[in-house]
Write a protein that binds this ligand. Structure first.
Ligand code: SF4
Ligand code: SF4
Length: 304
């Protein structure tokens, strides 16, 4: 338990090449009162913090967490305040106990990498390979990918580390406590997936989005359908396919369509051999389940 007199863990939140999306996601966090009881946010570009951006280059103390939002670049022209981002990151990275890569860009390069593939990477990773510009910090880095990341994922990692519990990390430095699941796990459309019934259109409540609409839930490590967004919903619940934003190869192109070879999806759910897929779907396709073909709520039958 965190007592009111216990020292708060110190956080510096730095931005690299970013759209601000993870900050916006963080602003939706529902437990700020508790967060500020436990953590001392020394610097954040949007919060009213003790330090300003130009204080960071003179900051000499050791601290607990460097949270990086956005991809990294070694380009000296890319500045934060009066200092180059690369120099500032390096200075703070040495002083931080842990570095948390908040979102897919800080983790693997993400969307911004597409614009300058040679000079933009994640901290440790460059997509799937450990060739990030700051790979020497691997031992203190935890990746929390997502575009954006879910604020609850960030707080879970902060809370674990601040009580001395290191998460179990997978090969891409993601905490297994949050990313061992697939986005598919817990999706309300699983019954439609099992019976191979696709949605009629985006936003429909009925049907699965895998067979025609490119849902990557069965190939994406994320707990989106277990830890809901704003405690309410998820992409696939709302009727939008998962686009695989927590994987190192994000972003992919040609989203929202399922590529197929001879009517079989080119990418099968993780770990499912083609033969098993064909056997199971062959059986389920042979049945027509009336209940699953009907609308759950049919507006056309409304009287008023
Ligand atoms: S919509 Fe996507 S996540 Fe949901 S059951 Fe279908 S494949 Fe799985
Ligand atoms: S459902 Fe998929 S695309 Fe959406 S946030 Fe989760 S992992 Fe990312």
């Amino acid at each position: 338990m965190h007592s009111p007199t216990a020292q708060k863990a110190k956080i510096i939140w730095l931005q690299g090449v970013t759209c601000n999306g993870n900050t916006h996601s963080f602003l939706n966090y529902e437990g700020f009162e508790r967060f500020f009881q436990r953590y001392d946010l020394l610097y954040h570009p949007l919060f009213d913090t003790e330090l300003g951006i130009n204080d960071l280059s003179k900051f000499e103390e050791n601290f607990d967490f460097l949270i990086l939002e956005g991809a990294v670049t070694g380009n000296e022209e890319f500045k934060r305040g009066k200092t180059s981002f690369a120099k500032l990151f390096e200075k703070l990275a040495k002083k931080a106990r842990y570095i948390l890569a908040a979102g897919s860009c800080a983790s693997y390069g993400g969307v911004f990498k597409e614009y300058d593939p040679e000079n933009i990477t994640g901290i440790v990773f460059d997509k799937e390979s450990k060739r990030g510009i700051f790979k020497e910090y691997e031992n203190k880095t935890v990746n929390i990918p997502g575009c954006p990341l879910h604020p609850e994922w960030l707080i879970t990692v902060l809370d674990m580390l601040s009580i001395g519990k290191m998460p179990h990390l997978d090969e891409y430095l993601r905490p297994k406590e949050l990313y061992a699941y697939l986005a598919h796990d817990g999706c309300i459309r699983n019954e439609y997936f099992e019976w191979k019934i696709d949605v009629k259109d985006f936003g429909y409540k009925e049907g699965c989005l895998y067979y025609e609409h490119g849902c990557r839930g069965p190939m994406t490590h994320a707990s989106c359908n277990k830890i809901l967004w704003n405690s309410v919903s998820s992409k696939t619940m709302a009727g939008m396919p998962c686009i695989g934003c927590t994987e190192p190869d994000f972003p992919k192109t040609e989203l929202f369509e399922t590529k197929k070879y001879m009517s079989i999806p080119a990418e099968l759910p993780f770990g499912i051999p083609k033969r098993a897929y064909l056997t199971v779907t062959g059986i389920t396709k042979a049945f027509k389940i009336d209940r699953l073909e009907k609308r759950l709520i049919d507006d056309s039958k409304r009287d008023n």
